[in-house]
Design a protein around this ligand. Structure first.
Ligand code: XMP
Length: 516
């Protein structure tokens, strides 16, 4: 994934903007998302080879609607306007956009009239399934533009000014509901814009290693907080390639890990990748700080604070440490008008925020240009095992946010055993990678049961499994009843302390994925 050619995606607030970027990257072309109002001087500095204008929720003729810098159409660059982007381009170049008599949202049939430019892969008269989502429509194309495709509700569903390489489409080529949309994007990138597919995992690895080596001096060291998750693991292996033992990884066992987790991480990272790894056993310290605390926010705050204390103590012992490596990904750094999901403000997330300033460490974020799927490809190019790269996300505060009530070592152990059963069974059923997360939760709620001839009075385990594409929204997974039955029977039979199992059928929103 070498950054040779850049496609600039100007964002007007569509929920699909990141999806456009991922599709472009899937075509092995590097792209970046920037705010739609970016002035032409800044655009020129970025030196893109092509521009895509995203969709957006506003109406172009409204005062508050985000506008592009009109001069961008005079740069001589190919431009593709999608939905709001099409209307904006048309509006700014002298066409006419008006409110539709009815909002069009859903599937539509697009008929190709002139198969040129972005429609070159198709033939005149072809009918394509496309996804529409708009309240306004284009009623008159700007001077020099003509319709190259139409749909029953949108006679100007695709417009073109072929000589200037300006194209606009009313539908969304980036979504799965437009099955042949990727062909249209490829035509825009390769035929219209003359780009080449040079952004590949292997070239990214080479560039990233060289970049880290350039930044970190021969006598300097970098430290990294290893969580065992995909991002920090890939960042660790990548930086280890660049720095060898001058990368020091710190893994903190906070007593809130899942069954076998510490051993798995130690094995994978120390044995297989020879990482310079410090494993800190801080179980006692965390659990005593958490003793008697039941309030979810309190728990999170304590865990965040103790983590930073422990991490700092060990990091400050690393001589010559000048850098902190973090596995930040592209979705975290995009500066855009898109609305971020609510989860960040609803629960205080725990990370090493503030640490670099306090310890005077400079940040290295080798993955900050990548989407999650690209991180996995990079990990694959680095020879990392599939199991590590396809781990489900696991929250920083660990089992604490899944063990409601008091966090005693005993209750955490009960939860750990139940969770291991859920994990084992979901993997056996081949569903581990198709659900976003699947785990057990322990409730401090006792109910009466009967086991053999004895009456039991024990706590409740909840199984939680959700499907999601980014954790911002989620649906409860429709796990087979058979599988739920096996999990329930095993948990009740094998885990002492649980006599009842429930399945969580709430979606996010309004519920969250984690229970605390
Ligand atoms: P919620 O519970 O807010 O979770 O729906 C959304 C996603 O974020 C994960 N999560 C966390 N991840 N530190 C993390 O690194 C945290 O404090 C944290 N809290 C929640 C959660 O597992 C889910 O994937």
């Amino acid at each position: 994934m070498s950054r040779r050619d850049l496609v600039l995606i100007l964002d007007y607030g569509s929920q699909y903007t990141q999806l456009i970027a991922r599709r472009v990257r899937e075509c092995h072309v590097y792209c970046e998302i920037h705010p739609g109002t970016l002035p032409v001087e800044a655009i020129e500095k970025l030196a893109p080879r092509a521009i895509i204008l995203s969709g957006g929720p506003e109406s172009v003729y409204e005062e508050i609607a985000p506008k592009s810098d009109k001069r961008l159409f005079d740069l001589g660059l190919p431009v593709l306007g999608i939905c709001y982007g099409e209307q904006l381009m048309a509006h700014q170049l002298g066409g006419k956009v008006e409110p539709s008599t009815h909002r069009e949202y859903g599937p539509a049939k697009l008929t190709v009239r002139e198969p040129l430019g972005i429609l070159a892969p198709f033939a005149a008269g072809d009918s394509l399934s496309v996804w529409m989502s708009h309240g306004d429509r284009l009623t008159e194309p700007p001077p020099g533009f003509r319709a190259i495709a139409e749909s029953p509700n949108a006679p100007l569903a695709a417009i073109a000014h072929p000589e200037r390489r300006l194209f606009g489409i009313q539908f969304h080529p980036e979504v799965a509901h437009t099955p042949r949309g990727i062909e249209l994007l490829r035509a825009f990138l390769f035929e219209v814009s003359g780009l080449s597919p040079s952004w590949t995992p292997v070239s990214f690895v080479d560039d990233a290693i060289a970049d880290v080596q350039r930044r970190v001096g021969a006598k300097e060291r970098a430290i990294l907080g290893l969580s065992g998750g995909v991002d920090s693991s890939v960042a660790a292996v990548l930086c280890h390639r660049a720095l060898g033992d001058r990368l020091v990884c710190i893994f903190v066992d906070n007593g809130l890990l899942r069954a076998g987790e510490r051993e798995t991480v130690e094995h994978a990272m120390r044995e297989s990748f020879h990482l310079n790894l410090i494993v800190v056993d801080a179980r006692e310290r965390f659990l005593s700080a958490l003793a008697g605390v039941v309030d979810p926010e309190q728990k999170r705050k304590i865990i965040g604070r103790v983590f930073i204390e422990v991490f700092e103590e060990h990091a400050s012992r690393v001589e010559g440490a000048e850098y902190l490596v973090q596995g930040t990904l592209y979705p975290d750094v995009i500066e855009s008008v898109s609305v971020k999901g609510p989860s960040a403000v609803i629960k205080s997330h725990h990370n090493v925020g503030g640490l670099p300033e306090r310890m005077k460490l400079r940040l290295i974020e080798p993955l900050r240009e990548l989407f999650k799927d690209e991180v996995r490809q990079v990990g694959d190019a680095l020879g990392m095992p599939h199991d590590v790269l396809w781990r489900q996300p696991f929250p920083g505060p660990g089992l604490a946010v899944r063990c409601l009530g008091d966090l005693s070592a005993e209750r955490l152990d009960v939860l750990r055993q139940a969770d291991a059963i859920v994990d084992e069974e979901i993997r056996k059923a081949g569903l581990y990678e198709s659900v976003w997360q699947s785990f057990a939760v322990l409730l401090p709620v006792r109910s009466v049961g009967v086991m053999g001839d004895d009456r039991t009075y024990e706590e409740t385990c909840v199984i939680r499994a959700v499907t999601s594409s980014d954790g911002m929204t989620a649906d409860w997974a429709r796990l087979p009843h058979e599988l739920l039955g096996i999990m329930s029977a095993r948990i009740i039979n094998e885990v002492r302390g649980v006599n009842r199992v429930a399945y969580d059928i709430s979606s996010k929103p309004p519920a969250t994925i984690e229970w605390e």
